[in-house]
Write a protein that binds this ligand. Structure first.
Ligand SMILES: Cc1cc2nc3c(=O)[nH]c(=O)nc-3n(C[C@H](O)[C@H](O)[C@H](O)COP(=O)(O)OP(=O)(O)OC[C@H]3O[C@@H](n4cnc5c(N)ncnc54)[C@H](O)[C@@H]3O)c2cc1C
Ligand code: FES
Length: 264
C-alpha cells in the first residue's frame, strides 16, 4: 500500500541564506514564496523534502532531510553535503535563488514519549541533519535530549553550537581530534540506560548502533537513506525488506523505521 502523506504539496521556496560550513557542507535557509500558504511548523521531525536542484543540474529531485524549522521566520533549514551534481548546485545557490520543493514527505521519529524518557540521538556525517529538529521537538515536549555525534575529524562535526543549545552533546572522532577517539559505538555514553535511541548516518554506523540497542534491549529508530527517485512511492527504487510487510518503499513507509521491523 502506498502510504504517501495526504498533505504533501509542491511549491517554490526562496533561499534567504546559504552558510558555507566547509568546502563540502552548507546550511541552506529557505522561505516559502509568498503565495504558498504553508506553516512549516507542521513538519514532523524525521520527514524529508524532495528538492529540484537549480540550474537544470539533475533531471530527478533529490531527497533532503528537514534539518530544522524556524517558526519565528517560517524558514526551513537544509544541511547539504556536496555529494554530486545536484547537491553541488544546491551548495552553490545564493540568496534570492528560487527552488522547487515537494514537502513534507515520509513518516518521522516517535516524539510522543513519557516526559521522564531518557533518549539518545546518534548522528554521523550529514546524518546529523534531522537530529536538530528532533532534539528541539523532544525538548519542547519536556524531554532532555542527549546527543552523540560522530565524525572523521573535528572539522567534520557539524552545527555543534546548535546542538549545544538544545541538549547535552557527546562527540566521537575517528582521529581523536575532538571528544572520545573512535567510532560512536566505542563511546561509553552509548551504554548508559536509555528508553530509546534515534539514529541517522552512514549505514554501517546505524547497523552498529542497532546492534548495541539490541544487546542492551533498548528501543531504536533509524532513518534510512536508501537511494530515491520519485520520493512518492511510484518508482520502487527505494525498497527495503521488512519482517512484517516484506518489501516496502522507504520514501512513503519510512524513512524512519523501528529496527524491530528490519532484517538487520
Ligand atoms: C531520506 C533521505 C534524506 C537525506 N537527507 C540528506 C540531507 O539532509 N543532506 C544531504 O546532503 N543529503 C541527504 N540525503 C542524501 C542525498 O539525497 C544524496 O546525497 C543526493 O541525492 C545525491 O545527489 P547528487 O546529485 O548530489 O549526487 P549523485 O551524483 O546523484 O550521487 C552521489 C552519491 O549520492 C548517492 N545518491 C544519488 N542519488 C541519491 C538519492 N536519490 N538518494 C540517496 N542517495 C543518492 C549515490 O549513490 C552516490 O553515492 C538524503 C537521502 C535520503 C534518502
Ligand atoms: S523513491 Fe520512488 S518509490 Fe520511493
Amino acid at each position: 500500500m502506498n502510504k504517501i502523506n495526504s498533505n504533501t504539496k509542491s511549491g517554490t521556496f526562496i533561499v534567504t541564506d546559504n552558510q558555507q560550513l566547509s568546502s563540502t557542507y552548507s546550511l541552506l535557509i529557505l522561505r516559502p514564496e509568498d503565495d504558498i500558504d504553508l506553516k512549516l511548523a507542521d513538519f514532523k521531525a524525521g520527514q524529508f523534502v524532495e528538492v529540484l536542484p537549480p540550474a537544470n543540474s539533475t533531471f530527478l529531485r533529490r531527497p533532503i532531510s528537514v534539518c530544522n524549522v524556524d517558526e519565528t521566520t517560517n524558514t526551513l533549514w537544509l544541511l547539504i553535503r556536496d555529494a554530486g551534481a545536484g547537491t553541488h548546485a544546491l551548495n552553490a545557490s545564493r540568496p534570492g535563488q528560487k527552488i522547487d520543493i515537494i514537502y513534507p514527505l515520509g513518516h518521522g521519529f516517535s516524539t510522543t514519549l513519557p516526559k521522564a524518557s531518557k533518549v539518545l540521538l546518534i548522528g554521523g556525517g550529514v546524518g546529523v541533519a534531522p537530529l536538530i529538529y528532533l532534539g528541539r521537538k523532544l525538548k519542547e515536549a519536556g524531554i532532555e535530549p542527549i546527543f552523540l555525534l560522530g565524525a572523521r575529524s573535528k572539522s567534520d562535526l557539524l552545527l555543534l553550537d546548535k546542538f549545544n543549545e538544545i541538549g547535552k552533546v557527546f562527540c566521537s572522532t575517528d582521529d581523536g581530534s575532538f571528544g572520545t577517539p573512535g567510532v560512536v559505538t566505542q563511546n561509553p555514553v552509548i551504554n548508559d540506560n536509555y528508553d530509546i535511541m534515534f539514529t541517522c548516518g552512514p549505514m554501517p554506523m546505524m547497523k552498529a548502533v542497532a546492534k548495541v540497542a539490541q544487546q542492551n534491549n533498548v528501543e531504536c529508530e533509524v532513518s534510512l537513506e536508501n537511494v530515491m527517485g520519485c520520493g512518492l512511492g511510484a518508482c520502487l527504487c527505494c525498497v527495503e525488506k521488512t519482517k512484517d510487510e516484506g518489501n516496502v518503499c522507504v520514501c512513503t513507509e519510512g524513512p524512519v523505521f523501528n529496527i524491530k521491523r528490519l532484517l538487520w
